[in-house]
Design a protein around this ligand. Structure first.
Ligand SMILES: Nc1ncnc2c1ncn2[C@@H]1O[C@H](COP(=O)(O)OP(=O)(O)OP(=O)(O)O)[C@@H](O)[C@H]1O
Ligand SMILES: [Mg+2]
Length: 252
């Protein structure tokens, strides 16, 4: 039986091949994430990590040219971005998009209208230290750390079943990394073992976020393929010691 048919599997990528502007970025990605699991995606700059998240989210301009994306057993390869969000897939971007004329508050209200269950906008903004950003146009003049927190604010409101977070600690100061880590813990309900259902995929270069979050599995993306898998902390320390080229030796 294929992995995507197995009960308890949240996300399954089956021989996924992706191109951007007719250039093949991802050649063949096989990845299975079960309910309740957090996976980490590692890889050098330009490997295609962000492109993979965008393909799963269904972002325009990212073309799936082979294979499939399955979410809770359903083939979502052809679904629109909006439909995927409604099914419970969410993403915090590496680079916050800029939306002129739309404030963070307006976007937050729209997310609550579409997805929101628990927690008010004001409480959530306070939780992630975004209250003072609510009436700013999205993405304009946000510092690196503010942009990361504003992205997480949106995910907290959406409460996706499957959250993808692209470099949550990049540009974030040490005090705020602890905040981001604790918010991600809440998002994945890691503190409440009995409701261990939500899952996620997190991109990190430094692994700092792993000090706040126990990840179940790590994957190294290189040359359009996942070349190595294992315990995320072990993978990171191997990469720190021997570089990414070392990971290619795992490929077989
Ligand atoms: N619109 C585009 N047009 C041309 N090439 C693109 C486009 N978008 C992405 N690419 C290319 O696809 C490759 C993968 O980019 P991607 O952003 O997915 O890498 P990444 O692994 O997330 O890197 P980083 O660690 O630097 O964030 C890069 O070579 C990038 O230049
Ligand atoms: Mg990236």
């Amino acid at each position: 039986m294929n992995n995507f048919m197995v009960v308890g599997v949240m996300l399954c990528l089956d021989k996924l091949k992706v191109a951007v502007e007719d250039k093949v970025i991802l050649k063949e990605i096989n990845l299975t994430i079960a309910e309740g699991e957090i996976h980490v995606l590692l890889g050098p700059n330009g490997a295609g990590k962000t492109t993979l998240l965008m393909a799963i989210m269904g972002m325009p301009g990212v073309q799936v040219i082979g294979g499939g994306i399955y979410f809770q057993g359903r083939d979502i390869t052809g679904l629109e971005l909006e439909e995927r969000a409604q099914l419970g897939i969410g993403m915090a971007f590496q680079k916050m998009p800029q939306i002129p004329g739309v404030t963070l508050r307006t976007l937050g209200e729209l997310i609550i209208e579409k997805h929101g269950q628990d927690g008010s906008l004001a409480e959530t903004a306070e939780r992630i230290n975004c209250t003072y950003l609510l009436d700013r146009n999205i993405g304009f003049g946000f510092s690196g750390g503010e942009a990361k927190r504003a992205e997480l604010f949106q995910l907290l409101l959406q409460q996706p079943l499957f959250s993808m977070v692209d470099e949550p600690e990049s540009g974030v100061d040490l005090d705020n990394i602890a905040l981001v880590g604790s918010v991600l813990n809440d998002l994945f309900e890691r503190k409440q073992v009995k409701s261990k259902k939500r899952a996620g995929l997190i991109i990190t270069h430094t692994g700092h976020i792993l000090d706040y979050l126990n990840a179940d599995m790590g994957h190294v993306l290189m040359g359009g393929k996942i070349v190595c898998r294992g315990n995320p902390r072990d993978l990171l320390s191997d990469i720190q010691r021997s570089g990414y080229e070392h990971c290619l030796r795992c490929e077989s």
